[in-house]
Ligand binder design. Structure first.
Ligand code: ATP
Length: 312
């Protein structure tokens, strides 16, 4: 199915939330297609949680609109609730009840058919079997997070909205949740929107990434194309000022390398793809390269550069 044929599961336009002087979310527009794993990444305080709360109808936007699963969301409106699972803030469970009892309670609240089987299924899915009969208050942080995810998943929702779902999990737990979420998207067509401050982690999982900073959606990234956006060509010559002029005359935008004395950096895709042409141009201008390297920026650097540009 082509992208254009897919009905967006979440559609937000001009979404804004102000708290007095603070603009927590600023004119955010986004579309999440059915079956997407859509990640919001941003530093602490970027506005991710506030945005998610508005998507869920937990708080009213100052301005803007949200549609979820075809229906307009307004604060207090629970119409999409039956088809949505969510995890937001500290996972709350009844601390004196066991894992199984907590899940039974949710299954009954949601009036699920065959509640015992559903509870068993979700306990197994979240690898909670060894802890099924432990009281919730005795769970480690990672297992408490698993229980919260089990509660979000028990009714097999079409849409999952998860605020920092891998918080508190150890590396093995992170991989487990990543596999669980990609399996749900792949096998059941579940749409997932999640937030994270770990760009590297979401790149392995997400089909699309939105970078949020100071309440604004800075850019959307296709993780599969990230590779092309994060490569740079570094060029050093005996006379970098002259080399910069030669390259600029050819329509390129050479910038000084971050470390002084390291030469020039070109970000243009055709420069990165064809360092031979750059070398030829420099040789013909009498300014041959002494070094020519394609470097891959790591994801954290890429993210910080984007955020840095936005701050500047
Ligand atoms: P974190 O990763 O730390 O959870 P976040 O990206 O989820 O951060 P938000 O919690 O949405 O960010 O906060 C965005 C901004 O809005 C912050 O400056 C925060 O202090 C402010 N903010 C959030 N909720 C409120 C509130 N109820 N009253 C006043 N300011 C708020």
């Amino acid at each position: 199915m082509g992208d254009s044929e897919r009905v967006p599961t979440i559609e937000a336009a001009g979404l804004t939330k102000r708290y007095g002087e603070v603009v927590a979310v600023d004119e955010v527009g986004l579309q999440v297609a059915s079956g997407d794993i859509y990640a919001l990444v941003g530093l602490n305080g970027a506005g991710k949680t506030t945005l998610i709360r508005m998507l869920l109808g937990m708080i009213a936007p100052t301005r803007g609109t949200v549609r979820v699963l075809g229906a307009e969301v307004s604060a207090g409106d629970r119409s999409a609730w039956a088809r949505t699972g969510y995890l937001i803030d500290t996972p709350a469970a009844y601390s004196e009840l066991t894992v199984r009892e907590n899940l039974h309670l949710i299954a009954r609240l949601r009036r699920l058919p065959g509640p015992a089987a559903r509870v068993g299924e979700v306990i197994h899915r979240l690898a909670l079997t060894p802890y099924a009969d432990r009281r919730a208050r005795t769970l480690s942080m990672g297992n408490a997070q698993r229980l919260a995810l089990a509660k979000a998943l028990i009714h097999r929702p079409d849409l999952l909205i998860l605020d920092e779902p891998v918080n508190g999990l150890d590396p093995a737990g992170v991989v487990e949740i990543r596999n669980l979420l990609s399996g749900l998207a792949r096998e059941h067509g579940t749409t997932v929107l999640l937030s994270s401050h770990l760009l590297g982690e979401v790149t392995r999982l997400a089909t699309r990434i939105a970078v949020i900073h100071n309440g604004r959606l800075l850019t959307e990234i296709d993780p599969h194309r990230l590779h092309g956006q994060t490569r740079r060509l570094e060029v050093a010559t005996r006379d970098d000022a002259r080399a910069a002029r030669v390259l600029a005359e050819r329509g390129l935008s050479p910038a000084p390398a971050p470390a002084p004395g390291d030469g020039l950096v070109l970000a243009e895709e055709h420069a990165v793809e064809h360092p031979d042409r750059i070398a030829t141009a420099l040789v013909e201008a009498g300014c041959p390269p002494t070094r020519l390297v394609v470097r891959e920026e790591d994801l954290e650097q890429y993210f910080l550069r984007l955020v840095g540009q936005a701050d500047a």
